[in-house]
Design a protein around this ligand. Structure first.
Ligand code: MLT
Length: 265
């Protein structure tokens, strides 16, 4: 609605007023957001980068960190001349990047959508697991990690019946480079704990989590909801870690109503 002095005027304008920056998880790429790129284009301009080493982005060797990823995303927004604050949507590892982006560029964030992610850092055991995974990729290639991962990304419900989704996810992971895998595993292993950031988040936040997530426990979603001042938490039943692909209609409906509320503020 556009308010004039004496009345409110309804209108249609096909240029979305919001920009949604969607940051993918590990070892995926921007294609994981295909249902959102198609489903949310009415409400938002969707920008979905491939992080370095993934998808069609260059796979450079060297040290990757959450800071590098966040800076890469900011650089992309600058190149695209996006100067207004954006809604940052992060899935799993993309959520770790979203926290870093928020810390580094708070004035560029209008809202957050955190999916299948957590604020806490890796504990000692998980850090060791990341180091072993890095060594395994170095020795045997990316497939040692990606192959067994499909069944962990999806709920049993989807894994047992959705051949098409299994194929799509396998293809997406198949394009991950060894440099990207090693870089991202290092970045995740060494990432900061974002728990202390939660209470300081002063933008509206939506947390979406699959109830059957096998990678990030639902407790982590509850912690974010409890600590972030202006937060809503939504669980999606019969969905696992990859909830936006497993239940795209529900995910998009939640995101759309969150984005619409932001516009009405
Ligand atoms: C992801 O889905 O991005 C990763 O599995 C997250 C993680 O391993 O911590």
């Amino acid at each position: 609605m556009a308010r004039k002095k004496d009345f409110q005027m309804a209108y249609i304008d096909t240029k979305p007023q919001l920009t949604l920056l969607l940051i993918h998880g590990f070892p995926l790429n921007s294609m994981m957001w295909w249902p959102q790129i198609n489903g949310l284009d009415r409400v938002a301009r969707v920008i979905a980068p491939d992080l370095r080493g993934f998808g069609r982005s260059e796979a450079i060797d060297g040290a990757y960190s959450m800071r590098t990823f966040a800076d890469d995303c900011k650089h992309l927004l600058d190149r695209l001349e996006v100067t207004e604050p954006v809604v940052v949507g992060g899935f799993s590892m993309g959520g770790y990047v979203a926290f870093e982006f928020y810390r580094r560029y708070p004035s560029m964030v209008r809202g957050l959508i955190l999916t299948g992610t957590r604020a806490g850092a890796d504990d000692e055991r998980s850090r060791e697991g990341r180091t072993q995974a890095i060594e395994a990729v170095q020795k045997n290639g990316a497939e040692v990690i990606t192959k067994p991962m499909v069944s962990r990304l999806l709920s049993n419900y989807q894994f047992n019946r959705n051949e098409e989704l299994i194929g799509t996810v396998t293809d997406i992971m198949g394009s991950a480079s060894e440099a990207g895998m090693i870089g991202a595993l290092t970045a995740m292993r060494d990432r900061d704990d974002s728990t202390g950031t939660l209470a300081k988040i002063d933008v509206p936040t939506l947390v979406i989590h699959g109830m059957d997530d096998k990678i990030v426990p639902v407790l982590d979603a509850r912690i974010m909801d409890e600590e972030i001042p202006n937060c809503q938490l939504q669980f999606i039943p019969r969905a696992g870690h990859l909830v936006n692909m497993e239940s795209p209609k529900q995910w998009n409906a939640l995101a759309e109503s969150f984005l619409t509320e932001l516009l009405d503020e």
